[in-house]
Design a protein around this ligand. Structure first.
Ligand code: FES
Ligand code: FES
Length: 163
C-alpha cells in the first residue's frame, strides 16, 4: 500500500512522518514518533490505556487511523508535564497512590486532564462517570478518583490565586 505524508502537531510541535493511511494512531505515536507514553492494552477500544487528546477531545488512539489525523493537534502524556517536571495531575496521582503497576496511568492522566478542562470542579460521581472508559486492574479506582479530585482543587486554587 502506498504511504501517506502525515503532518500533525504533537505536544505543541509540528511533526511529519510517512505511514500507511490504515496505521493506527497509537502505532504512529509509539513506533514512528517514538512517543511511548501512551500504552497499548487491548487494541479493541475497551481499556483506555492508549488515550490521547485529539483536537480538544479524548480519543482512544487504537481506534483512530492515520488518515484521520492529518493536520490534527495531539497531546500525549509527554505533553502534560509541568515546567518543573511533573504536572499537577501527575503529582497528585503519585501523592494519592493513584497507581500501582502504572500501565493504565498515562491514559488515565490524559483523560483526567481533558475531564478537568471540560468540568474544572467535578463531583466524585462526575469523575467516576467521566473516567468510565479507562480501566485499571490494580487500584480499585478509589485513589485514582481521590487524585483527580485533589488535582481539581489544586488547579482551581492556583487559578484563584492568579486572579
Ligand atoms: S489499547 Fe486502545 S482502548 Fe485499549
Ligand atoms: S495501575 Fe496497574 S492497571 Fe492501573
Amino acid at each position: 500500500m502506498s504511504k501517506m505524508h502525515l503532518k500533525l502537531k504533537v505536544n505543541g510541535k509540528s511533526v511529519e512522518t510517512l505511514c500507511e493511511p490504515r496505521e493506527l494512531l497509537i502505532h504512529v505515536l509509539r513506533e514512528r514518533l517514538n512517543l511511548t507514553g501512551p500504552h497499548i492494552g487491548c487494541e479493541t477500544s475497551h481499556c483506555g490505556a492508549c488515550t490521547v487528546d485529539m483536537n480538544g477531545m479524548s480519543v482512544k488512539s487504537c481506534t483512530v487511523f492515520a488518515a484521520q489525523v492529518q493536520g490534527a493537534e495531539i497531546t500525549t502524556i509527554e505533553g502534560l508535564a509541568g515546567p518543573d517536571g511533573m504536572g499537577v495531575l501527575q503529582t497528585s496521582f503519585r501523592e494519592h497512590h493513584g497507581l500501582q503497576c502504572g500501565y493504565c496511568t498515562p491514559g488515565m492522566i490524559t483523560r483526567a486532564h481533558r475531564l478537568l478542562q471540560e468540568n474544572p470542579n467535578p463531583t466524585e460521581e462526575e469523575v467516576r462517570f467521566g473516567m468510565a472508559g479507562n480501566l485499571c486492574r490494580c487500584t480499585g479506582y478509589q485513589n485514582i478518583v481521590k487524585a483527580i479530585l485533589h488535582a481539581a482543587s489544586e488547579l482551581n486554587a492556583s487559578k484563584e490565586a492568579a486572579q
